[in-house]
Write a protein that binds this ligand. Structure first.
Ligand SMILES: [Mg+2]
Length: 254
């Protein structure tokens, strides 16, 4: 009767901006309050070509915003929506003892504020978040405080994921399956750390994975991810089968 195994069947790591949320909050701030979408697009091209670190592009975008940080949070609360499948997926994960861990290049106070709006304070408090922070200068202006300033990603997601997975001892080969969900350039640092990478349809992470030869599975929203993770957890499909179905870059163009 008693099988008190502490090992979850899976652990889902996820990017926040543009993955759990409908839009990237930092892009939204840059486009609407900072130097705008055209300049951001130029920096994106440089990043994808490998001529500019994500960290250095990101700080330029955020430093172009002079709106006070609390006002930015309020603007984002009005404009950034939750992915349509996330709430149901998160509830299912909870019922299966599957942790959902947020691994973000965004800033902690923004993520916390939105998560409370989406899930309520009690549920939001239960979710582990690894992210960058905000830092106020003496003149009251703000900028990003990177978690891993020495990394070209600002937050080295691979380091965070490795630290999380290696701190646990899994008895007798009962290792959970590790999943990662993302959409952007900063997610590439996490791409090789998990058993299966979900990359959002039409977004930069796919371009980057194709370029770097990193296998991935395409998703449109968390309803897709829910389906895949459930199939693996219930033993209906292997990770390799899921990768074969959706990992073909030919299927990702639109
Ligand atoms: Mg993102």
């Amino acid at each position: 009767m008693s099988s008190p195994t502490p090992v979850p069947p899976a652990i889902v790591f996820s990017d926040w901006d543009g993955t759990i949320t409908s839009l990237d909050s930092n892009d939204y701030l840059t486009d609407n309050l900072g130097f705008g979408a055209a300049k951001r697009a130029e920096l994106n091209v440089e990043m994808i070509a490998g001529r500019l670190h994500f960290r250095d592009a990101f700080i330029q975008m955020l430093d172009s915003i002079s709106t006070p940080f609390p006002d930015c949070i309020e603007i984002l609360r009005k404009n950034i929506l939750l992915d349509p499948g996330f709430k149901t997926f998160y509830a299912w994960c909870k019922s299966q003892n599957i942790p959902v861990i947020v691994v973000s290049s965004g800033m902690m106070p923004i993520i916390r504020a939105l998560l409370v709006d989406y899930l309520g304070q009690e549920e939001a408090d239960k979710i582990t978040i690894y992210a960058n922070d905000v830092m106020y200068r003496e003149d009251g202006s703000w900028t990003i405080k990177f978690r891993d300033p020495e990394s070209g990603f600002g937050h080295d997601k691979s380091k965070t994921i490795r630290a999380y997975t290696q701190q646990k001892e899994y008895p007798g080969g009962q290792k959970p399956k590790f999943f990662y969900c993302g959409d952007g350039v900063s997610d590439l640092s996490a791409a090789r750390e998990t058993d299966l990478l979900f990359a959002k349809k039409g977004k930069d992470l796919i371009t980057y994975c194709v370029q770097e030869g990193v296998p991935f599975t395409v998703f449109e929203d968390f309803k897709d991810i829910h389906g895949y993770v459930q199939e693996v957890v219930e033993g209906k499909k292997t990770i390799d089968e899921i990768m074969e179905v959706s990992g073909n870059p030919e299927n990702t163009t639109h």
